[in-house]
Design a protein around this ligand. Sequence first.
Ligand SMILES: Nc1ncnc2c1ncn2[C@@H]1O[C@H](COP(=O)(O)OP(=O)(O)OP(=O)(O)O)[C@@H](O)[C@H]1O
Ligand SMILES: [Mg+2]
Length: 335
Amino acid sequence: MEFALDTIRTVAGELPAEAAVECRRFPGGLESSRVGEVTVRFCDRHGRPRLLRTVLKELDGWMVREASIYRNLATKYARELSPQLLGVMHPEPGKVFLCIEAIRRAKAWPWQDVELAGDLLRWLARFHLEAKQAHIAVPCWDFEARLEEMAYLTQAAVAGCRKDPDLQPLARSLPAIRRLILQQKRLREQLCGEAPFGEGPIHGDVHSGNVLIRHRQSRLSPILLDWGRARVGSPIEDISSWLQSLGCYEWEAKRRHDKLLCDYLSEIGQERKITSSLRAAYWVAGARNALAGALLHFICAVKDEKRNKRERAEAFRAAQNWTRVILRADAYSRA
Ligand SMILES: Nc1ncnc2c1ncn2[C@@H]1O[C@H](COP(=O)(O)OP(=O)(O)OP(=O)(O)O)[C@@H](O)[C@H]1O
Ligand SMILES: [Mg+2]
């Protein structure tokens, strides 16, 4: 907290002693860090009321890599797409605090407007291209080991669904999950060999919880948060993660799925054509996202008794969507 105030001071100058400080913690996800908002209200020397806001994110363990990703990747190659990093503090070994520009959302849920989803894809395309051309070193992280670990946890959770009559439909994907886990290495090679995408720096966690829409220069523009899982991978992983996560909630995004994918292709200078090999890579990328945590997240949400009936039904539909992605990837990988 003191660190957030110090950062605010470096951005805005000295704060008066009577400044009112308010902290609000944001709800977290499956393996969340602690993220919250610090708001300071005060009167400046002309007596005018002022409000300054910043976001504080506490990281530990493997998640501390997000600090160098912000510095070396996001703020350089996704300047328009990521919030500004205002400060970094290392209070003790293995712990980091990030002070990040607070983004004011233009709308709580803007994704009925599919054009905005397309805007995000176009920004992502530019980020993928520029970061790849720059040949920068992304802080290393053994994502494949993490994926394997999460995939086994997902497999166990899906196996557990067999005992629950309401969740049984999800268990249909169990044999496919087993096969995909055994083939991860080959599938990754196939995915990263898909021309012209190849491999390069990707965000690695593009879903509706990590994208906000804000007003900027009298336009609506997307902002991508949460860079902690950025890594070297296939850009198709970001595309698939975005389109599939949005499709869980928005029918229109599902209906215009191929158009959105073609918009990405246009942005990287390719023909607007989805070849069968791109389609296969797309589902394989989707299954990797499903097994890296997306499916497990929604299975946990369905079982979470603190959530209301509507939220749990929504989580069930999303889990079903991810199991369908897995079944498709499995069918392509066996073809
Ligand atoms: N700069 C920001 N401006 C506004 N809101 C933010 C900002 N950073 C984070 N948030 C809010 O806090 C939430 C959690 O932040 P973030 O995704 O960075 O953390 P996380 O610990 O990785 O969370 P999760 O595991 O849930 O993805 C976001 O979904 C968003 O609602
Ligand atoms: Mg997040």
